[in-house]
Design a protein around this ligand. Structure first.
Ligand code: SAH
Ligand code: SF4
Length: 393
């Protein structure tokens, strides 16, 4: 990977999160309501002369009932509904492709208002259903083993675009009204789709506050996991403000190797990352950090590295997720063989760590960890070719 893709220390723009902004006005002059904070929604309605309780009613309709039109809001006057419809929309991203794996995993390619695309994935399991949510289109970080990292085209997703992935999944499974329940297909969220969530912190935070709102989508903090490649300065703030479960993409036990695999390590080396983990607010045996470790054949999978990993984790309430490498076209690595992975896991388990080997899900539709890529450029190009040029009138 070229160094120019990696922001240097003076490039603070990338590292200083900007305040989350409401979704921009659409071409038709209306504003998207999904993704506005409660306060922003109340302010928008106040401009129409509506009292504060109207914002609470709307919030319920949108996030508890999942309605997508003002027509269905039967406790609002016809007049007020018409006013709302003239100014606002409650939309969903367009689904441009939907694929289902033989193991039941589903992947949606979503197109947003400006034509940019990102993927999200639903993984059904016996005791839960997890939605893997994207936070950016592509990723600036170029980890060597990750398909998303090869996609140059990048922008941050807005709070609206992040929350919409959850809304859309509830739509797909008919799981409105929102709430908890064992039989639900959507119970957990992992911020492990495209992008580095801590490089888009403010938008991710606003979206997660909406997801957690007890009078709305009502997801539980324990069931939302944010995965980061190690944006050290943001880890503490994220822990204090959101108190989500944290996962760290570690993947190597020496700076020499991690510099290559996860180039962000050159900026925030392992010692700094582990110190930030030790300081993670609320850390306890009941709230452990998950360390993700992708198994790359002959690269990071030796018994000596497993032992070194134990040393790094010492004193941090943690568990390890061993992820068999998921290949993608042109990927430079191979997955470690099963016996090697088992040996690595056994060393961790003998030392008392929970160290499950993650079962790859949705590999056949390129929906497994690190396989996501929206190919927006290519898709757009082929669409442009397919659309006949306007003839003029
Ligand atoms: N950017 C964040 C979250 C998205 S990546 C991060 O890096 O943590 C989600 C997880 O998938 C990370 O642990 C990442 O390292 C892992 N991953 C990426 N490419 C992979 C691949 N090809 N095979 C297996 N896991 C991969
Ligand atoms: Fe980005 Fe995460 Fe992929 Fe690295 S592993 S390129 S941080 S999405």
């Amino acid at each position: 990977m070229s160094d120019t893709l990696l922001p240097d220390r003076s490039d603070t723009a990338v590292f200083e999160p900007k305040t989350a902004l409401p979704a921009p006005l659409r071409a038709d002059g209306r504003r998207e309501l999904i993704g506005l904070s409660r306060e922003q929604l109340a302010a928008e309605l106040a401009e129409l002369g509506a009292p504060a309780f109207r914002a609470r009613q709307l919030w319920q309709w949108i996030y508890v009932r999942g309605v997508t039109s003002f027509e269905g809001m039967t406790d609002l006057s016809k007049d007020f509904r018409a006013k709302l419809a003239a100014r606002f929309v409650i939309g969903r991203p367009e689904i441009t492709r939907q694929q289902q794996s033989i193991d039941g995993t589903q992947k949606w390619l979503l197109r947003f208002a400006d034509g940019q695309e990102a993927e999200c994935v639903h993984i059904p399991e016996e005791d839960r259903g997890t939605l893997c949510v994207s936070s950016q289109v592509g990723c600036t970080l170029s980890c060597k083993f990750c398909h998303t990292g090869t996609q140059k085209l990048v922008r941050n997703l807005t709070p609206s675009e992040i929350v919409s992935q959850i809304m859309l999944c509830r739509d797909a499974f008919g799981e409105w009204p929102a709430g908890e329940g064992d039989s639900r297909k959507l119970t957990n969220i992992v911020l492990m789709g495209m992008g580095e969530p801590l490089f888009n912190y403010d938008n991710v935070a606003q979206a997660m506050r909406i997801a957690l709102d007890p009078a709305g989508l009502a997801l539980s903090r324990r069931k939302i996991t944010l995965s980061t490649s190690g944006v050290v300065p943001m880890i503490r703030r994220c822990g204090e403000e959101l108190r989500l479960a944290l996962a760290i993409s570690l993947h190597a036990v020496t700076d020499e190797l991690r510099d290559v695999l996860v180039p962000l390590n050159r900026k925030y080396p392992i010692a700094e990352l582990m110190a930030a983990c030790r300081d993670y607010p609320g850390l306890s045996n009941a709230r452990r950090i998950t360390f993700e470790y992708v198994m790359l054949k002959g690269v990071n999978d030796s018994p000596a590295e497993a032992k070194q990993l134990l040393k790094l984790l010492s004193g941090i309430p943690s568990k390890v997720n061993l992820i068999p490498f998921n290949p993608w076209p042109g990927s430079p690595y191979e997955c470690s063989d099963e016996a090697t992975i088992d040996k690595f896991a056994a060393i961790l388990m003998r030392a008392g760590y929970v160290a499950p080997v993650r079962t790859p899900r949705g590999r056949d539709i390129m929906a497994a960890c690190g396989q996501l890529k929206s190919d927006s450029e290519r898709v757009r190009k082929s669409k442009t070719l397919a659309v006949p040029a306007p003839t003029g009138s």
